[in-house]
Design a protein around this ligand. Structure first.
Ligand SMILES: Cc1ncc(COP(=O)(O)O)c(C=O)c1O
Length: 321
């Protein structure tokens, strides 16, 4: 049967015209039904819980998410008839919060803490609610190895098949590290020469050796010692500043890719890396994790392009009459 849940995955892989002589494609994960790459991990963890009896009909899904994982859980919970409670950090965008509400999820807003094990963090609050709520299931994407397994099973074979095994470099943002680990492992098993490149925020817990600073990119950034990340399948971790990630967004939008800040970070890092290290014959694949539609209120896309400033012929005609 064609269901909403079955429509997760099989996203297109398309060429992105970056300033580089190598060919770089993006997997448009924002075309998933819930709007992000996280539909895949949420579906995998929830269905595994159903199959293993951890989640029963009439149960409650509780998720700690800075946004996209929560949105995916809220959508899947709505489609499957579960009650959904989502804890979010207060830095999450208004659009994401309204999206969760639209799916009928109950939202708990928590302070933006520097450390995930802070008792006030959205992760700690979700754990507490899970303990207190009978017949509840928490996918726990930060600590559940099935998060990476989801991408190994679902996203990775698509990347491999759509690039017909020609891929030489893979770029993805790392938050929990599920995406880069699952896809990286699958690709390394088939061709260990493919470079697996993770993108992190320059201000993250990992990038600052445990002294994180606030940063604006949502979803991406290695904020704790994640047991989901397998560093043995990652060749390099590139760090990106907020300004560079956000600066990339109007440029991408003006070529038709209205993507979110983590995709801006990935595209910026991939372009800079390609200019230095990739050959003309190389074939890069990057993940565009979510859409810019969720961040319009943040003003990231309002930089006016030089062509937009130039009056059109018809505007000139009208100003002359
Ligand atoms: C838009 C976006 N990109 C990238 C990531 C990072 O993915 P992962 O948690 O698999 O490392 C996330 C995580 O929430 C995200 O929402």
């Amino acid at each position: 049967m064609h269901t909403l849940i079955n429509a997760i995955g099989n996203t297109p892989l398309v060429h992105v015209p970056l300033a580089s002589s190598s060919t770089i494609y993006a997997k448009l994960e924002y075309l998933n039904p819930g709007g992000s790459v996280k539909d895949r991990s949420a579906q995998f963890m929830i269905e595994h819980a159903e199959q293993s009896g951890l989640l029963k009909p009439g149960g409650t899904l509780i998720d700690a998410s800075s946004g996209n994982q929560g949105i995916a859980s809220a959508m899947i919970g709505a489609a499957k008839g579960y009650r959904v409670i989502i804890t979010v950090s207060q830095k999450v965008s208004q659009e994401k919060m309204q999206t969760l509400k639209a799916y009928g999820a109950h939202i708990v807003i928590c302070p933006a803490t520097d450390f995930i094990d802070d008792p006030e963090s959205y992760h700690s609050v979700a754990l507490r609610l899970h303990k207190e709520t009978p017949n509840s299931f928490m996918p726990n994407q930060y600590f559940n190895p099935l998060n990476a397994q989801a991408h190994y099973t679902s996203l990775a074979p698509e990347v491999w098949q759509q690039s017909k095994g020609k891929i030489t470099h893979f770029f993805a943002g790392a938050g929990t590290g599920g995406t880069i680990t699952g896809v990286g492992r699958y690709i390394k098993e088939r061709n260990p020469d493919v470079k697996i490149i993770a993108i992190d925020s320059v201000n993250s817990y990992r990038a600052t050796n445990g002294n994180p600073k606030p940063y604006a990119i949502e979803g991406m950034g290695i904020d704790f010692d994640s047991p989901v990340i397998d560093y043995s399948v990652i060749d390099e971790i590139l760090t990106v500043k907020d300004a560079d990630a956000i600066g990339m967004l109007p440029k991408l939008a003006h070529t038709g890719f209205l993507v979110g800040p983590s995709s801006g970070a990935v595209a910026y890092a991939a372009q800079a890396y390609a200019q230095k290290h990739m050959k003309e014959t190389d074939h890069g694949v990057m993940i565009f994790g979510d859409s810019g539609r969720a961040y319009l209120s943040k003003g990231f896309y309002e930089q006016i392009s030089p062509t937009a400033l130039r009056p059109t012929r018809s505007e000139l005609r009208h100003s002359n009459t």
